[in-house]
Design a protein around this ligand. Structure first.
Ligand code: C2E
Ligand code: CA
Ligand code: CA
Length: 692
């Protein structure tokens, strides 16, 4: 009698055992890798992977078992019955697939453990079917306790395999479960073998072995290797494409598709990392918001395509300006945000902001046209202005908004008072939407007079907002808000129509000046709109004057020039407003055919005190006379100012000295007075002249 168990150590061929062990470890690892994947996919793919896990798992168990059997040098003839042998393979594959199916059905430990238990029991079934294919010249005596032990141990290790896999993290769980599975297979096999005792019996013959053990082993291991390699490759490919998809997804989730630049989510992440890096130390984090000036106009005027291309070019230039430790994202529409760690010094933040925005200095080109882009830039600094990514971005944005309100094309640091300004602005924007429909807007008219004769020449229309709760709101508080949105177009249209309608009721000589904002000027349709208003109201074109500020002219000079010329062709005159406040007033003046220059009230205000203001006013007047363009001085409040302007040859004036902006009725009274005064004027004028 030979106890099979007692002879493992001596009577096994180690080559075979080595193969068995190798296949067992690799196969188990792959099986469990695939199995853990099935938990993460759904539908048809899940069943496919379950089947493949079953295939690899089944082959692994079976091959291990079979190689170990072959490796045993029995001191007698033995052979394998082919049908039962194949049946044991089928049992291994089938039971593994099924038990994994059970284990993957839910997240409950009970189900996972049950699946594992079935897996172990399935292996036991495979083992005993396999043994029954083992033909020997005698019979086998079974030790029941070993048989039971092998089944119990197989089942327990099976359950441990799936539970450990589900319980522990990806790496550790997989390796630990692999160990459980290998131990299970090995324990089951050897305890099962120990249960058998061979009793030789003469007269029982086994059929001769058709092929040698070596060939059989080669066939079995070869087949299993092929299966493992094929399935393993498929698994790796799948894994790889999953990883690629994840990378692509990550990129898409963190970048803006149009410019390819990092997006807001990425920006937040970066700022959070930066905040962590500076926490406790002496360095700071500068967050720079770069908001393009009048970008909306470019979109309106040249179309979305131009806007997109421009944004792409801009982002290209901005990114090219960055050093390695600097970061820039497209936060929203035409707002870019740059981040940098700096030493404890405002100047460094300013230098960084200036370097980045300098990239926009040279013009961009679109379809043969030149487009200049300026930016309003705001800076917030952590920790001074906040320690939260969202706050820092918002505050840099508020500073940029202040820069825009102050005329754009500049850099402003965040200050705490801006927060309140922002809240007020948001509420203004809300209410303004309904202001026109609710008839809350009202036009006031400020007189414009001849400097020498003091005669009334016309009026400038200035809009006011009668807010139902907040009372009268000056245009400086709501026009900039309206200019950020399309609201300015509606307001502008209303102002133009109302001013012309009112002026048409005045005696023929009085003119009306209407302020037209940059956004309105950017509309291709402006001349057409003006022509329509003139036709509807019956106002003679020569009595309408359009006031333009420099900011509306320089963004796209070619376009602005076209519009100005079209307006002049209608017979309307065009004035340059706020002269001297822009940064290239002189060249703008030379490039556009203005009918009037309006000197900004700032210079007039300081005429008597500031020599520089005197110089500017004087040279403007000189310029006007050499270009043959009449000049009007704004903000004239005193007789001293008036006489200075008169002496220097300024043709007309506007200011509190001659009247504040008036309601329509007050305006009519003034006109009536003026007309009556003129009737008696020859005398008064003669007297005055005589005195001189
Ligand atoms: P602006 O075009 O320079 O208008 C002149 C501003 O100076 C007016 O302020 C006027 O009330 C003020 N002003 C006139 N004379 C004097 C004076 O002697 N001393 C002082 N200190 N100020 C004087 P207002 O009405 O508050 O308008 C402010 C700005 O709002 C305007 O500046 C203009 O840029 C804008 N605005 C007003 N109405 C409209 C409009 O209908 N459309 C557009 N787009 N902008 C408008
Ligand atoms: Ca004006
Ligand atoms: Ca002005």
């Amino acid at each position: 009698m030979f106890s099979l168990f007692s002879s493992i150590a001596v009577e096994h061929e180690y080559r075979f055992i080595g193969f068995a062990a190798f296949v067992c470890v690799i196969g188990s690892f792959l099986t469990l890798s695939i199995f853990s994947r099935t938990r993460r996919c759904a539908g048809f793919r899940r069943y496919l992977w379950l089947l493949l896990a079953g295939l690899v798992g089944g082959c692994t168990i079976w091959t291990t078992h079979f190689a170990a059997m072959l490796g045993y040098h029995a001191p007698f003839e033995r052979t394998f019955e082919p049908v039962l042998t194949l049946l044991s393979l089928a049992a291994a594959i089938g039971s593994t697939s099924f038990s994994f199916f059970v284990a993957s059905r839910s997240d409950s430990r009970l189900m996972i453990g049950l699946g594992g238990l079935l897996f172990g029991l399935g292996s036991a079934a495979m083992h005993y079917i396999g043994i029954s294919a083992y033909l020997v010249p005698g019979f086998i005596q079974w030790d029941t306790s070993f048989v039971v032990a092998s089944v119990v141990v197989g089942g327990l290790f099976g359950a441990a395999t799936t539970l450990v896999l589900a319980e522990y993290g990806k790496r550790i769980g997989l390796w630990a479960a692999t160990a459980m599975m290998v131990l299970g297979i090995v324990a089951l096999h050897f305890i099962g073998m120990a249960a058998m005792t061979f009793v030789p019996l003469s007269g029982i013959d086994v059929p001769p072995q058709a092929v040698s053990d070596d060939v059989m082993l080669a066939a079995v291991v070869g087949m299993t290797t092929i299966i493992i390699v094929v399935v393993g490759t498929a698994f790796l490919i799948d894994q790889r494409s999953m990883a690629e998809a994840a990378t692509t997804y990550r990129h898409l989730a963190l970048h803006d598709p149009m410019t390819g630049m990092p997006n807001r989510s990425f920006l937040k992440k970066r700022i959070e990392e930066g905040l962590e890096a500076i926490s406790g130390g002496s360095t700071r984090l500068a967050v720079v918001s770069i908001d393009l000036d009048r970008f909306k106009d470019i979109n309106d005027l040249h179309g979305q395509m131009a806007g997109d291309t421009l944004l792409q070019n801009i982002s290209g230039r901005l990114q090219a300006a960055l050093a390695e430790d600097e970061f820039m994202a497209r936060n929203d529409g035409d707002e870019f945000v740059a981040v940098k760690r700096i030493a404890d010094d405002d100047r460094q933040a300013m230098e960084f902001a200036s370097r980045v925005r300098r990239q926009l200095d040279s013009p961009f080109y679109w379809n043969g046209e030149t487009i200049s882009i300026a930016s309003s830039t705001g800076i917030s600094l952590a920790p001074r202005d906040g320690c939260d990514a969202h706050d820092l971005i918002a505050r840099a944005g508020q500073a940029a908004y202040r820069a825009k309100m102050n005329g754009g094309d500049r850099v402003v640091f965040y200050e705490t008072t801006m927060e309140q300004t922002c809240r007020i602005r948001a509420s203004i924007a809300m209410d303004l939407k309904s202001a026109i429909a609710n008839r809350e807007l009202e036009l006031y008219y400020q007189p414009q007079n001849d400097t020498r004769t003091r005669r009334l020449k016309g009026f400038e229309a200035l809009v006011r907002w009668n807010h139902p709760k907040k009372g009268l709101i000056p245009p400086s508080d709501f026009i900039p808000v309206a200019e950020e949105t399309d609201l300015i177009l509606d307001i502008g249209a209303w102002v133009l129509e109302t001013a012309c309608r009112t002026a048409a009721t005045w005696p023929g000589e009085f003119t009306v000046a209407v302020n037209v904002s940059a956004r309105q000027l950017a509309q291709e349709t402006l001349p057409h709109q003006v022509a329509g208003v003139l036709a509807r109201t019956g106002l003679f074109p020569g009595r309408l004057e359009i006031e333009l500020t420099e900011s509306g002219l320089i963004a796209d000079q070619e376009h602005a020039l076209k519009i100005v010329q079209a307006l002049k062709e209608l017979g309307v005159s065009v004035a340059m407003d706020d002269f001297g406040t822009g940064y290239s007033s002189l060249s703008t003046l030379q490039n556009f055919p203005f009918d009037k220059i309006k000197i900004d009230r700032e210079f007039v205000r300081s005429l008597t005190s500031n020599p520089q203001a005197i110089a500017i006013v004087k040279s403007t007047l000189l310029l006007g006379s050499s270009l043959n363009i009449p000049v009007l001085a704004e903000g004239v409040e005193t007789e001293d100012q008036l006489s200075f302007l008169d002496a220097e040859g300024c043709q007309s004036v506007q200011g509190f000295l001659f009247g504040r902006p008036l309601r329509r009725e007050q305006c009519e009274d003034l006109i009536r007075e003026e007309m009556q005064g003129r009737l008696s004027l020859p005398l008064a004028f003669a007297t005055k002249a005589g005195v001189r």
